[in-house]
Design a protein around this ligand. Sequence first.
Ligand code: TYM
Length: 422
Amino acid sequence: MDSETAIRFEHFGSGEGRHRHGLTLSLSRVIRKREKLKNGARDSLSLPHPLFLQVLSSRLQHQISQTPKPSFSPPNQTKIPMKRVVSGVQPTGSIHLGNYLGAIKNWVALQDTYETLFFIVDLHAITLPYDPQELRKATRDTAALYLACGVDISKASVFVQSHVRAHVDLMWLLSSSTPIGWLQKMTQFKEKSRKEGGENASVSLLTYPVLMAADILLYKSDFVPVGEDQKQHLELARDLAQRVNNLYGGRKWKKLGGRGGSIFKIPEPLIPQVGARVMSLTDGRSKMSKSAPSDQSRINLLDSKDLIADKIKRCKTDSFVGLEYDNAERPECNNLLSVYQIVSGKTKDEVMEECKDMSWGTFKPLLTDAVVEHLSPIQVRYQEITAESAYLDKVLTEGADKATEIAEVTIRNLKQAMGFYI
Ligand code: TYM
């Protein structure tokens, strides 16, 4: 991966178009510059230096002010709306390196360029059997980790999904337009319901993707940064948005007193080129997952230095000579090199050159040091944030208020278009 990859994403639709977006290009240029300054030693996108953020923010402000305005602009349309990004993580178990590299780390890079809303999806966390004693704590811990990873509340709204009622309201409204067949063919539903014993699986496990679509469509989101496992859910959200727009939008909505046109935006997933599917430490062919029975299979963001060293020391490897990427017979090797690449902030070529002749015995301590070095500032900030409980409450209340404001407009529009007496 080169230095830009953390913000270079795979997405649906006409690919290259987005890279013409002025602010995206500018962000990548600023990041490249910062990387050069830092001599490529550490990951540029982990915990942005405050000075860097200040410079970036003033550059973006400058850019926005320099963006040519239309020759005629009515007084209430002078502000250029920022594109919007939303994403979330379930508060189940510990957040691991997969959640971080596949999603959260990329949120941090996006918050400077886009309007961002990041939520803790507690309503999703109850779709499988769970411990109510744990949910409350996991919700707060997840929020604290977002901030510790570099989500900046002066730019992003952070809130708990269940604190914004509109998520459930929209889910119900969308459910009436969702064919059951769409849900029954979701890979995650098939896998998870099988584990739950088929007929015993909860209805919410089936309808989960409708709630996820609601999370996204509620905010008229342009982009949704997620790991690869969420791609199918994103496709469903897009299909559902299109279906509801066709069923209730346009002239039909206008006749009911609405503005007409599309009710929902069609969101694009942002899936990173590297880190989209971090694999288990004990099996390079399975995804790193919170629900895997063995904690040995994942590195949690809050694992101690010794635990990380132990997990990497004991992780599955192979008996080939040297280390290499992209050999289908060596999934563990590809995975560990990719993790090293991201946490060290090096390019793929640099890692290939550095590691091609290494043995596992040489590489594992190198990887351990890079992971520990990357995670330790996150762990320090996490301790600081959780030490001050009133602070987190304030952040979450403010985030929910901001989100509610946006969400209520969408609910009102959809209810109007669907013919409710509002
Ligand atoms: P969740 O909580 O399972 O995972 C959170 C994020 O982490 C990514 N991820 C991974 N990325 C790379 N490698 C891995 N091994 C790995 N494991 C998980 C996920 O792709 C995800 O981006 N349904 C979602 C949460 C959700 C959501 C949303 C996301 C609910 N509503 C709206 C975005 C927008 C989920 O269960 O993620």
